[in-house]
Ligand binder design. Structure first.
Ligand code: ZN
Length: 406
């Protein structure tokens, strides 16, 4: 288990006199994930040997299965301006405040076109992951990072933010030995609720960890606040017992890498102490780049990862069964009423009265509250939300932390 957090006394010494590089949101989130062990066994941003091995054979250079490159990119002139080279330490800042110290192990360049093709299985720039890879600047800076100034999570995310250590401790307190992870970027409708219930039964699990991905947003996505509070509402309203359900956040920018991202999600949730991971239709996919169940099939080709995948088919509303029914059981395919994202969106936007058993009224109420409180009137991301929302995490002055520690 990796944990690379400096005490405030150590941190003050570590940062003294270092050249500094301001990092964007994605990189700041990844620093936090490395430092708290979400990305164990990574201790820092990847070197060339690891990136190359991940690209070619989906393992780190030491053979450990790893599917997504975690790299810190920088412009060549930015680095020469700082005058840093291998062996130097570099202060990474975010929002103008110290965040982490990196011990530079290597500065290198890598063929981005090759990398994109290997990770995403396509070179088409319409793919958002390919686009992200091409937008990386021309040098990658590798080396271990240590957090010197942990960010503060803002409400309501502070309630859902726990480090891998804290999550494992909470599982131990609850007596959970088998835990099924549910990855989400959605407000939960009844289909999601039943997916979780079905996976819990299928895995013989003690608990369900909802792990909401919080990262870059685009207009039309659900606002982050509605996602986490919507899931929490399922527990508060008793659809899940208090002792079988927890909601948490994972700071991560989706790569839409389909099967490779499924493997990555499994590795991260294993680090949280989960024993099972749910994978539905087209998990972490985009467009038509991956097979519907590619995220399931990839696990067959891998050695035991220490976390099992739970295959989840679709749930729909069936008027003949008179309830939410499972694709694998209900034979009234021609009568099914799909719980599609579009349908649920129209309910949330107020155009359609929710049919029973589609969206819990309690969840709808929470989502509508979130729209007013956090979404500038909308439960979906707008340009206003992107510009004016309260950030998920904020940096504060290092001095403040020293004072508050003593
Ligand atoms: Zn049926």
């Amino acid at each position: 288990m990796i944990e690379r957090i400096a005490s405030s006394a150590e941190a003050a010494k570590m940062v003294r006199g270092l050249p500094s590089l301001e990092v964007r949101d994605q990189i700041a989130r990844e620093c936090v994930n490395i430092a708290y062990g979400f990305f164990s066994p990574l201790q820092g941003f990847m070197n060339r040997a690891d990136v190359d091995s991940v690209a070619r054979q989906m393992t780190l250079a030491n053979g450990y299965v790893w599917s997504i490159p975690i790299v810190l990119d920088a412009a060549p002139d930015e680095l020469s301006g700082l005058g840093v080279r291998s062996g130097d330490s570099l202060l990474l800042t975010h929002q103008g405040h110290p965040l982490a110290v990196m011990e530079i192990e290597e500065i290198y360049s890598y063929d981005k076109e090759f990398l994109a093709r290997q990770i995403y299985g396509t070179a088409e720039t319409a793919h958002p992951g390919v686009q992200r890879t091409h937008s990386y600047r021309d040098r990658f800076v590798a080396g271990p990072v240590t957090l010197v100034n942990p960010p503060v999570m803002n409400p309501p995310f502070d309630r859902f933010w726990r480090t891998p250590r804290q999550i494992r401790e909470s599982f131990a307190q609850l007596g959970w030995t088998k835990v099924v992870a549910h990855q989400t970027r959605n407000v939960p409708h009844s289909g999601h609720e039943w997916l979780m219930k079905g996976a819990w039964l299928a895995a013989g699990a003690d608990g369900i960890l909802v792990s909401a991905v919080v990262g870059e947003k685009k207009p039309g996505d659900y606002i982050d606040e509605a996602i986490v509070l919507g899931h929490q509402c399922l527990r508060d309203a008793g659809f899940f017992r208090q002792d079988v359900h927890q909601t948490s956040i994972l700071l991560w920018d989706m790569r839409y890498a389909g099967p490779r991202e499924a493997v990555f999600h499994a590795l991260v949730r294993k680090n949280l102490g989960c024993t099972h991971h749910m994978f539905g239709r087209d998990h972490a996919g985009v467009g038509n780049y991956y097979g519907t169940y590619a995220a399931h099939q990839i696990f067959d080709e891998l050695p035991d990862l220490g976390i099992k995948s739970v295959l989840t088919l679709e749930w729909w509303y069936c008027p003949i069964c008179a309830g939410v029914a499972y694709e694998g059981l209900c034979g009234h395919q021609d009568q099914k009423q799909e719980l599609s994202g579009t349908y649920i969106r129209s309910i949330i936007q107020g155009g359609v009265e929710p049919a029973p058993l589609t969206l819990r009224p309690e969840v709808l109420e929470v989502v509508q509250d979130c729209a007013q409180k956090y979404g500038f009137g909308s439960p979906f991301v707008t340009e206003t939300y992107l510009q004016d929302r309260t950030p998920v995490m904020s940096m504060q002055d290092m001095a403040c932390r020293c004072c508050s520690d003593t």
